[in-house]
Design a protein around this ligand. Structure first.
Ligand code: SF4
Length: 203
């Protein structure tokens, strides 16, 4: 934990767009990407987010940006946002009336009050059992066939309401998508998530 309930965060980038992935795909969402991540996925497509030295934004500045865009949904992502205590952030954003979604590897304790929690476990740093219990959505990025068994192991620790998704890793999509389709046909508790924002060529 970096410190307790910070009131400002290093924001690598922020933008109003369409959520491309998972259960909320297709919904307009204001993304805030908090800098800082020590997970180190080799295929990470936002390595600039590993640095926690990005310019800080206060919670009020975050609210102002999303309000000016007339956004209803806010996505807090990273980096690994759960390296920070997010209690104060979610408390203020909730009071301002936003729906709050978070995307995390689950490697750190999930703090704050969220409407939708996406846990996407990574091999480089184990997912906490407490994170899996809190997950609204378990999203496993598939790079190779062995990831299916690994995903099923994680799914044993989520709640019965948790939505289960496989998402082919973008650079491996052509190769892995047929395998994901086959797996989901044989295991209908799972669904497919595609990075539709990349098809739409939006951030
Ligand atoms: Fe990148 Fe996310 Fe992995 Fe961190 S957890 S290295 S931000 S993919």
């Amino acid at each position: 934990m970096a410190n307790s309930s910070p009131t400002s965060f290093p924001i690598m980038e922020h933008f109003y767009t369409i959520q491309g992935e998972g259960r909320n795909a297709g919904k307009a969402s204001y993304f805030f990407r908090i800098g800082g991540c020590d997970v180190g996925c080799p295929w990470c497509d936002v390595k600039e987010s590993w640095d926690d030295g990005h310019p800080k934004m206060t919670i009020q500045e975050i609210i102002n940006c999303a309000s000016e865009a007339e956004a209803k949904n806010i996505v807090i992502t990273g980096g690994e946002p759960c390296m920070y205590d997010l209690s104060e952030l979610t408390s203020k954003l909730k009071s301002a009336g936003f729906n709050l979604w978070i995307e995390t590897s689950g490697a750190y304790e999930i703090t704050g009050d969220w409407d939708w929690i996406v846990v996407s476990p990574k091999r480089r740093k184990s997912c906490l059992p407490s994170s899996l219990k809190k997950a609204s959505e378990l999203k496993v990025v598939v790079l190779r066939t062995m990831d299916f068994d690994w995903a099923v192991e994680h799914a044993k620790s989520v709640s019965s309401e948790c939505a289960l998704y496989f998402q082919p890793e973008w650079s491996r999509e052509e190769e892995m998508l047929p395998e994901v389709i086959n797996f989901v046909k044989g295991n209908p508790d799972w669904q497919i998530s595609l990075q539709t924002h990349k098809y739409m060529q939006i951030p």
